[in-house]
Design a protein around this ligand. Structure first.
Ligand code: ATP
Ligand code: MG
Length: 446
């Protein structure tokens, strides 16, 4: 992509309305534009990252055996009257009337609708286990939308729902979600710690939130420092193996890690003092087991192998897809701008032409773009008539992890410069070697 033909409305000044760094950089890097309190347009650069995050979520859900579908944003109120939540949900729910005076709402979550789909089409234990999910816009009329996409009113969420015959199977689904979420966040370059949570309006007693440590997080967290060292890494997980999945969950939930809602000072004090940490965290996901709460209220039953009808066991599991952009930036930036982890970067590599209009430099940049494209890597090529300093500042702000700098002096010696955004370290090498290096780095993130 040539920057001269792209739409990247970067801002020179710090926007006054942004209180935290991720919001500031998302506005400055031309990723989002606010349209109303807590409602944003996703400009091309932001949209690319959003799509990358969605892609990783889809891939990891597929790996866990979960099935994508798509439910609408607007829902009939009657479904929510069945579960009793139409009145309970309160002012966070955006209520709408259609032209026939029917009560509708913009979905804040989808337990009712998925239960409706299930009861219409599934009736036998033979169809279980089943987990359905979608990635869809939600609306919650938050009292205080703030921090950009971190606490929006309209936001993108992955929400998944498991249906199982009995409690053991449903708890396996819960564990499967925990492990798939751990994988998902790791691929995004994040350490997200599962913490025991309080349940809230979804209901249920088995629930964990996933928190990314950040000083700007809205939740107060208490944890054993050793928990931040845990990694899934390259482990292959058999998601059908209950014992294996359960033991990974145990590994990640045994050390103390809780939000203020579930904090237990007595247990906390038993952690060795040098590992006892109090901090703040951003909630990037939550999983719930709630049993038959919705299936009983809405008549979603299955026939057991013995021929009796029982309400289906359920849980729901959410990832804050749009919030993740903010969380990733909070966790990965410096004073010049964003530092995207390779897994989610909008472009894998940027190319800076130091002498735009110089025929051989232009040509070298163009063939670099082609060579990268041949490896499946789309470069963002800064081909503007701008000073080198301005080009570097833009690249640093938008945070592409790798930059290739091309100038006449280097080319005379047969080299370009490859720079890591994270370390700032530059290395000279041939254009072919730079392409090879970048391709190798990204091969590890596929
Ligand atoms: P919070 O406590 O932050 O209000 P929640 O517990 O109400 O969130 P869930 O129902 O668990 O949210 O939704 C799943 C995920 O959706 C959350 O973990 C969070 O990452 C994301 N999310 C929730 N509310 C918002 C919001 N207003 N803006 C952006 N993302 C959100
Ligand atoms: Mg939550």
């Amino acid at each position: 992509m040539r920057l001269s033909r792209y739409f990247l409305p970067v801002l020179k000044e710090n926007p006054a309305e942004a209180q935290i760094v991720s919001h500031r950089y998302m506005l400055r890097a031309g990723m989002i534009k606010q349209q109303a309190a807590g409602i944003y347009s996703w400009l091309p650069l932001g949209y690319r990252v959003l799509k990358r995050i969605e892609q990783i979520v889809h891939e990891e859900q597929a790996r866990a055996g979960h099935i994508p579908l798509l439910m609408p944003t607007l829902q009939p109120a009657d479904l929510w009257r069945e579960s009793g939540r139409y009145d309970d949900y309160g002012q966070e729910m955006l209520r709408i009337k259609d032209r026939h005076d029917r009560d509708m709402l913009f979905g804040p979550t989808n337990e009712e609708m998925i239960t409706d789909i299930f009861r219409a089409h599934v009736g036998s234990y033979k169809d279980l286990p089943m987990t359905l999910y979608h990635i869809q816009w939600k609306f919650r009329d938050e009292v205080r939308p703030r921090f950009g996409v971190m606490r929006g009113r309209e936001f993108l969420m992955k929400d998944g729902y498991n249906f199982d015959l009995d409690k053991d199977a449903a708890l396996h689904a819960y564990n499967r979600h925990m492990v798939s979420y751990l994988r998902t966040y790791e691929r995004m370059g994040l350490t997200a710690i599962p913490m025991r949570a309080a349940s809230g309006p979804i209901g249920g007693d088995n629930t964990h939130e996933f928190l990314v440590l950040a000083s700007t997080g809205e939740s107060e967290v208490f944890y054993d420092a050793a928990v931040t060292e845990l990694k899934l890494g390259a482990r292959e997980v058999d998601f059908d193996n209950r014992a294996e999945v359960a033991s990974i969950c145990e590994e990640f939930t045994t050390l103390y890690a809780r939000t203020d809602e579930t904090h237990d000072a007595t247990l906390f004090d038993q952690i060795p003092e040098d590992r006892r940490k109090v901090g703040r965290g951003i909630e990037v996901g939550q999983i719930f087991y709630f049993g038959t709460k919705y299936s009983e209220a809405m008549g979603a039953t299955v026939v057991t192998p013995e021929g009796t009808k029982v309400p289906v066991e359920m849980g729901s599991h959410g990832i804050g897809v749009s919030r993740l952009l903010g969380a990733i930036i909070e966790a990965s930036h410096d004073d010049k701008g964003i530092i995207w982890p390779e897994g989610v970067t909008p472009f894998p590599v940027g190319i800076v032409n130091l002498k735009q209009g110089d025929a051989s430099t232009d040509l070298a940049c163009e063939s670099l773009c082609k060579a990268l494209a041949a490896k499946g890597l789309e470069a963002l090529y800064d081909d503007r008539e701008e000073r080198a300093g301005a080009k570097f500042a833009t690249m640093d702000l938008i945070g592409l992890p790798w930059r290739i700098t091309v100038g006449p002096r280097g080319l005379a010696n047969g080299v370009v410069e490859l720079t890591s955004r994270r370390t700032g370290i530059s290395e000279e090498m041939s254009a072919e070697a730079a392409v090879e290096r970048v391709a190798q780095i990204y091969a590890a993130h596929r």
